[in-house]
Design a protein around this ligand. Structure first.
Ligand code: MOS
Length: 728
């Protein structure tokens, strides 16, 4: 019994509002929360089987061509079992949805810290000590520069409409500025770790991954085995933020070592290894051009982005992803330019594209508001388009105006446009800033199985993951709502490729895609029950273990004589192309900048967001809080530094890579607007995971300008940059 649904048209039935259980869209606690806070949820490196060996990477100290290595001393150490190197081991991390083996390094060493050999020993300490004795012979070879230069402009990444140069020339007010953002690391709390165990031809890998159905194919391809023989188990993931979308080198290494030794092998990366050999977000340079009339109405929009990656990688940071559809302006040039560098692989990190793209664009919008003498909220309101102006198609919904209005009221936005540097409290300069939030919405194919027991319990199974986002809670609520059960009567089993393949967690699509498959499986079960009662699914009410229809109430145990199982499958369709789907919001913040030191303190921050139906306001709010916290980091401190000589990552730990900590984060408030988006999926819900970071940093940088008159265009706004401008 299966229900497959392709999303080819808007689904306006609003079925979830008709359910009677009242579990969905309530702020339910995470069912796995007690396990996590009591330390009993087993993360990847904690489920260690008896006899497990430990693997530690030896890594490239420089770039070039690998000619050989000397591991004599390591092999002679007590407890060292084997040293793995060569063709299969030398790999970069895989990009999200790659579905095939990650790019092979062969003997090419393209970045400092690239894993070259894995030392396997009885215990971690021995493996680590042995790894430190290995020396590599790396010859000079023709390699990409370590600092970006010589960009290419792929044709398919350039678009233009009308005549932007002319619009700029004729504009009453125009902005033409260039902004830069540094590399970022995903910085998940849990480092990458895998434990591999073979049983004959069958591999079980306990790992920490975001998208298991793809990860299984990537790992199988890397090992040269049938995906059927690979099982990945990843029930709890201590954050991914993009770095665990595709398999990383430790998964391949653990599997190879376990195959060779005949023992389970665990490989846990150190924090420094995570920084060097998983993913970074590319540094970006962005030129934004805005042409407007005297009322601030845009006639032209230009957004060019320059990004980098390793040779042969096809991913590039999609900086301008939201630019084509965010605001009006009929003359446009939007383009991305790519170069090759010898730096750690670039890939998805926390809202690839919009996180940095919307941020720089929203600083430019603030510059325009200032130049035109228009309140920045009002400027944005005047530039909301009727429909996607690049593709001339309707929005599935556009809640930007509502978010701006409601957010400004919630924050207490002062629209009197005080001059920059006009509010002072002692040595602190006070200012306010705002920015729009926008993120594309995506539906991905996903399957889930739901089994309803006549006793009034249900089990949900999918290889979907919960990377800290609340998947266990949301899927529990969905099944409980659809089947008329208490949330405690539903068990959700995730993170195992033995379950039906879900969407995985990435690109904010997890809850809406995996959720839709659970919705469909439950709908299928409801149809079966309705059939048994001789009624229609629409006419059926399931409540508290009772099936109710046509003035009859029958216990489930009388309708079903055995557990009933159904698989639901959602497939993306025409609604992904016919309309422009996005989530919207607005940020507001107040900063205090110290006039003596240039230090910025975010005093308060507010975000209003719209993402269709909110499935759980507590987990949704937490996502937004996290996103805005990233925004504070992006604005003020977060910066992955590369040595200009060889590109190596200089600040490879949390002492030197500055993420915001509690003392940096003020009270943040979040408002979620009530919305249904029938184009998104049958639940009318959209992804909210990444929306909170898409432009958040701009609100802070704009507030710094309002406080001080200093416009920082080179992120982050560290003390030196602010102070240098304040001095004159
Ligand atoms: Mo996300 S950066 O697609 O996990």
């Amino acid at each position: 019994m299966n229900l497959h649904h392709k999303m080819d048209e808007a689904d306006r039935r609003n079925r979830l509002d008709e359910m009677a259980q009242g579990v969905l869209s309530t702020p339910m606690d995470r069912p796995e929360g007690p396990l996590k806070v009591s330390g009993t949820a087993t993360y990847a490196h904690e489920a260690q089987p008896d006899g497990m060996l430990h693997g530690v990477f030896a890594r490239a100290p420089r770039i070039g061509r690998l000619m050989g290595m000397d591991d004599t001393a390591a092999r002679g150490m007590d407890g060292v079992k084997t040293i793995i190197s060569g063709e299969r081991l030398l790999r970069n991390p895989a990009q999200g949805t790659a579905n095939e083996a990650p790019v092979q390094g062969a003997s090419d060493v393209h970045y400092v810290g690239q894993p070259i050999a894995l030392v396997v020993a009885d215990n971690f300490e021995t493996a680590r000590a042995a790894a430190q004795t290995i020396s590599f012979d790396i010859a000079d070879a023709d390699r990409a520069p370590s600092t970006p230069r010589d960009y290419e402009s792929p044709d398919d990444q350039q678009s233009s409409q009308g005549d932007l140069d002319r619009a700029m020339n004729e504009a009453a007010v125009s902005i033409d500025q260039t902004y830069t953002t540094p590399s970022h690391n995903s910085a998940a709390m849990e480092p990458h770790a895998s434990i591999a165990q073979w049983d004959g031809e069958k591999l079980v890998l306990r790992g920490s991954y975001q998208m298991l159905k793809y990860n299984r194919n990537e790992l199988a391809d890397a090992l040269g085995v049938d995906p059927e023989n690979v099982r990945i188990v990843s029930p709890y993931v201590g954050g991914g933020f993009g770095s665990k979308l595709g398999i990383a080198p430790e998964a391949v290494a653990a599997a190879l070592a376990a195959r060779e030794t005949g023992h389970p092998v665990g490989v846990a990366m150190t924090r420094q290894q995570v920084f060097e050999s998983t993913m970074r977000r590319s540094e970006t340079r962005q030129r934004v051009r805005l042409a407007a009339d005297a009322d601030g109405r845009l006639s032209g929009v230009g957004h060019d982005a320059w990004v980098s990656n390793l040779p042969e990688e096809t991913f590039f940071e999609p900086v301008t992803q939201a630019t084509p559809f965010t605001y009006r302006g009929e003359n446009r040039v939007i383009g991305t330019h790519v170069t090759r560098v010898s730096r750690t692989c670039a890939g998805s990190v926390r809202a690839p594209g919009e996180a940095v793209g919307v941020t720089c664009f929203e600083i430019a919008m603030d510059e325009l508001a200032h130049a035109a003498g228009i309140d920045p909220v009002e400027l944005r309101r005047r530039n909301i388009a009727e429909q996607d102006p690049s593709e001339n198609k309707p929005y599935s919904s556009n809640k930007l105006d509502a978010a701006l209005t409601s957010g400004a009221a919630a924050f207490g936005w002062d629209d009197s446009r005080p001059e920059p540097a006009s509010r002072r409290e002692g040595e602190w300069l006070i200012g306010q800033g705002m920015a729009s939030a926008v993120r594309v919405n995506t539906l991905m194919g996903s399957k889930a199985r739901v089994t309803l027991d006549p006793g009034g319990t249900a089990v949900v199974e999918t290889d979907m993951t919960d990377i800290g986002t609340g998947t266990y809670a949301i899927l529990t609520q969905l099944a409980a709502e659809m089947l008329g059960l208490e949330s405690g009567a539903v068990e959700v089993r995730l993170g195992d490729t033995d379950h039906p393949p879900g969407s995985g967690s990435g690109g904010s699509w997890g809850a809406s895609s995996a959720g839709s498959s659970v919705f469909l499986a439950c709908q299928s079960l409801r149809r079966h029950i309705a059939d048994a009662l001789g009624t229609s699914e629409e006419n059926l009410t399931l409540k508290d273990g009772q099936a109710i229809a046509d003035n009859r109430s029958v216990p489930l145990s009388e309708v079903l004589d055995a557990p009933l199982e159904s698989t639901g499958e959602i497939e993306p369709g025409d609604t992904g192309d016919d309309v422009r789907q996005a989530t919207w919001g607005a940020y507001f913040c107040e900063v205090a900048v110290n006039s003596v030191t240039g230090e910025t303190r975010v005093r308060r921050m507010h975000g209003t967001f719209a993402a269709g139906r909110i499935l759980n306001p507590k987990t949704a709010r937490s996502q937004c809080l996290g996103g805005m916290t990233f925004g504070i980091g992006m604005a003020l401190t977060e910066e992955l530094m590369h040595d200009p000589r060889d590109g190596h990552v200089v600040n490879r730990d949390f002492a030197e890579y500055h993420l915001p900590v509690n003392a940096d984060v003020p009270q943040i408030t979040v408002e979620l607007l009530d919305e249904r988006d029938p184009w998104a999926n049958p639940m009318q819900a959209k992804g909210i995971g990444e929306l909170g970071i898409c432009g958040a940093a701009a609100a802070i940088l704009n507030a710094i300008h309002n406080a001080t008159g200093v416009r920082v265009r080179d992120l982050p706004a560290t003390l030196d940059k602010v102070l240098a401008e304040m001095a004159d």
